[in-house]
Design a protein around this ligand. Structure first.
Ligand SMILES: [Zn+2]
Length: 346
């Protein structure tokens, strides 16, 4: 028999919950989310083999507050984390989630990296315009080649750039099953999922592509794992391009969702190895959740004028979602002078 009780403040710590909605008039709690789902995700019970894909939806609770079900959910969906949590003192439980980032704000949540092979179907505009044009940095890549082999005589710069672009984009293959569907124009197959997963995790901790290649080489030799053989920094660059496209596509799907009527952008700038980057964050509300995502750090070539920034931004948004102008609600900037040029309020 399931127990039904009114909301109690103690549920927050006892069942690892976070209040998500309060009645503005009565102040009664209307909804609370499972922090285990929000910050750690659901687990597979030790030794269990799952045949179908496990949901990673957050569990929300509301009236009637069934504490038996909350307990059951924690034990079944978060067996290891819940055991760890239950063993803590009251004070430790209160700060258990304090420094964690919600899985909704963490992009790795949007990738499926289990299984023997990964396959992505990708949009033409995101691949061609954002990756092939906005993010592609021929000067850097040419400089790298010339550094590696100073004897190379650059006969034709444009031919070299075209070759580099082909090389950089070589993982993106035309999708023959797409029937001219622009949203499914490219296909990427990752056959070595463990290597892909490891490369992404190393990049996520801030290692350079070259460091990642060396680190995976060490792992390969230590574990004597044939699956990790043959990686280099160019392959990692390709993996990251795929990762960026998949990420942008997931954000584009959120923007297209019929329940999303508005989104907002915020801008900032940063510098890395002499290149200025135009940082864009995006906030989208969907299904009662506010997604606060880092959209992109675009290398900023040419002069940093408002005109150039507008052009870059409209190209980016156009490639991401053609109807962006109908949903853009507001734009926030950090007060940088070039952002305050004669074109204001994009
Ligand atoms: Zn949960």
């Amino acid at each position: 028999m399931v127990q039904a009780r009114p909301w109690q403040l103690g549920y927050v710590v006892t069942y690892a919950l976070q209040v998500t909605e309060v009645d503005p008039i009565t102040k009664n709690v209307l909804s609370a989310v499972c922090c285990m789902c929000k910050y750690h995700g659901r687990e597979l019970a030790p030794g269990a083999v799952r045949k179908c894909k496990q949901t990673q939806k957050f569990k929300f609770w509301s009236v009637p507050w069934c504490t038996d079900l909350m307990l059951q959910h924690n034990k079944e969906q978060h067996p290891l984390k819940w055991a760890e949590y239950e063993a803590l003192l009251q004070g430790e439980k209160k700060v258990f989630f304090a420094t964690l980032i919600s899985r909704n704000n963490a992009l790795y949540r949007y990738f499926e990296i289990d299984g023997n092979m990964l396959e992505f179907v990708l949009s033409r505009s995101i691949v061609d315009i954002i990756i092939g044009e906005l993010m592609f940095r021929p000067d850097d890549e040419l400089a790298e080649i010339e550094d590696e082999d100073p004897d190379i005589i650059v006969v034709s710069r444009s031919a070299n750039i075209a070759k580099l672009r082909r090389h950089a984009m070589s993982l993106f293959k035309a999708n023959d099953d797409a029937d001219d569907d622009e949203l499914r124009a490219y296909k990427v197959k990752i056959k070595n999922v463990k290597r892909f997963q490891l490369a992404i995790q190393f990049v996520l901790v801030g290692m350079s592509f070259k460091q990642v290649a060396v680190a995976i080489g060490h792992v390969q030799r230590t574990l004597n794992s044939a699956k990790l053989i043959g990686i280099n920094d160019h392959i990692i660059g390709q993996y990251i391009r795929v990762l960026v496209v998949v990420t942008l596509q997931k954000i584009a799907f959120l923007l297209q969702h019929e329940d999303v009527w508005a989104f907002s952008l915020s801008f900032d700038g940063s510098k890395h190895h002499g290149t200025t980057f135009f940082d864009v964050r995006i906030r989208i509300a969907l299904g009662g959740l506010l997604f606060n995502l880092h959209l992109i750090a675009m290398p900023h070539f040419g002069r940093h004028t408002a005109d150039n920034q507008i052009k870059m931004l409209t190209t980016l948004l156009g490639a991401l979602y053609a109807r962006w102008q109908q949903k853009l609600l507001n734009v926030a900037i950090d007060g940088e002078k070039t952002n305050m040029g004669h074109i204001n309020g994009i």
